[in-house]
Design a binder for this molecule. Structure first.
Ligand SMILES: Cc1cc2nc3c(=O)[nH]c(=O)nc-3n(C[C@H](O)[C@H](O)[C@H](O)COP(=O)(O)OP(=O)(O)OC[C@H]3O[C@@H](n4cnc5c(N)ncnc54)[C@H](O)[C@@H]3O)c2cc1C
Ligand code: SF4
Length: 328
């Protein structure tokens, strides 16, 4: 690993100013992704600005019943927070489905949202990769892509977004609070992460030096009936092959409302808006759930070796919706 300077930021403004002064610097959260990438030579910042002590580590209830989660909240604390577990179980479940207990103890909410893809070529500096080195090519397209995207990919990049938590936050319509060079602003989810297009090196819409300060989860009464289901190659310590975050509001056998997002299928946590629209007002039956899932997945363009993700995503989504209906 190359030598680097380390600075502990005093507050959000001084953190942003530090990155303004030193464009070669990066923010340091728990370091569980960034430090790995530095060891691999994928990232080589000359300075790390530690933001763990300035980012709020509180989870506060807002007046309308939503939650404001500080960017510095550790993943373990988020997963075991009583309000999160009660009001947004899919969020707690998504965090618990990721990484390991030790990593969750270190990892922060801000860092989790901005973790980089697990595409093996991205992590191997001896290989070309448009995301790591724009214009160098995408060997995954014809190479090992079993675990990569089936929706929204481009000829330049077929990577998937790795965060489980981001899938639940996309389903819940979370709002990301950002401090940047021009002051504070908010970015809605979905909308924080971007599809690769011809700029796969840009994972998000954030600008250089933007600091995530908090994530707001709006009130959603029926999110108390929500679930995160993750399919992976082994029972723990593995990223999603496919995952589903869903909340369902059923009355008298009819779907009144729902929120659905898919993980492991795209360069972004994929909000399943087509399926949501198809479900509202329909009977809460396996037939209708399957119809909605098929409509969503009609836009899938699987690669040579990951066509299995299409029926897998459909079946996981349908099973999750059936379980939520039966639990009502
Ligand atoms: C073995 C292993 C298995 C894993 N399995 C899973 C899994 O199954 N599911 C899953 O979702 N994750 C998994 N992870 C990833 C883990 O969740 C992330 O590494 C972690 O969430 C990143 O958080 P962090 O605070 O350590 O971020 P860091 O590594 O500190 O930072 C990550 C990125 O975010 C930036 N950053 C950090 N904080 C801020 C901020 N406040 N504002 C702006 N930028 C910021 C950093 O500059 C860096 O670019 C796994 C990790 C490992 C090592
Ligand atoms: S899929 Fe994206 S991250 Fe993977 S090799 Fe291609 S360009 Fe790089």
């Amino acid at each position: 690993m190359r030598p680097f300077d380390y600075r502990r930021a005093e507050d959000a403004r001084s953190a942003v100013a530090a990155l303004d002064e030193r464009p070669d610097a990066m923010y340091l959260g728990g370091g569980t992704n960034l430090v790995d990438l530095m060891r691999l030579g994928v990232a080589s910042p000359e300075m790390l600005v530690d933001v763990t002590r300035i980012s709020s580590s509180a989870i506060e209830e807002s007046a309308d019943g939503g939650l404001l989660i500080g960017a510095g909240v550790r993943n373990s604390d988020l997963a075991c927070d009583p309000l999160v577990r009660l009001r947004h179980p899919m969020l707690a479940e998504s965090v618990l489905a990721g990484a390991s207990g030790q990593i969750r103890n270190m990892a922060t909410v801000g860092g989790n949202l901005l973790q980089r893809t697990r595409c093996s070529y991205f992590q191997d500096i001896s290989k070309p990769c448009n995301k790591r080195q724009p214009g160098s090519g995408c060997p995954a397209r014809e190479g090992d892509h079993r675990n990569l995207a089936i929706i929204g990919h481009s000829s330049d990049c077929v990577a998937t977004h790795p965060s489980d938590m981001a899938v639940a936050l996309a389903a819940l319509g979370a709002i990301v609070h950002v401090e940047g060079r021009r002051g504070s602003r908010t970015v809605p989810m979905p909308g924080l992460h971007r599809l690769p297009g011809d700029e796969p090196d840009r994972d998000t819409v954030l600008e250089a030096g933007d600091l995530i300060t908090a994530v707001e989860v709006p009130a959603l009464s029926f999110a108390t009936r929500s679930h995160y289901r993750k399919v992976r190659d082994r029972a723990s310590f593995a990223f999603a092959v496919v995952s589903v975050a869903a909340a369902l509001d059923v009355a008298d056998g009819v779907v009144r409302d729902c929120r659905i997002a898919l993980g492991g299928v795209a360069h972004v946590p994929w909000r399943a808006e087509i399926a949501e629209e198809a479900l509202r007002g329909s009977a809460a039956t396996a037939t209708e759930f399957t119809r909605a899932a098929d409509l969503e997945l009609a836009q899938a363009r699987p690669l040579r070796d990951n066509g299995f993700k299409v029926p897998l995503a459909r079946n996981v989504l349908v099973r999750t919706l059936i379980d939520l209906t039966e639990a009502s």
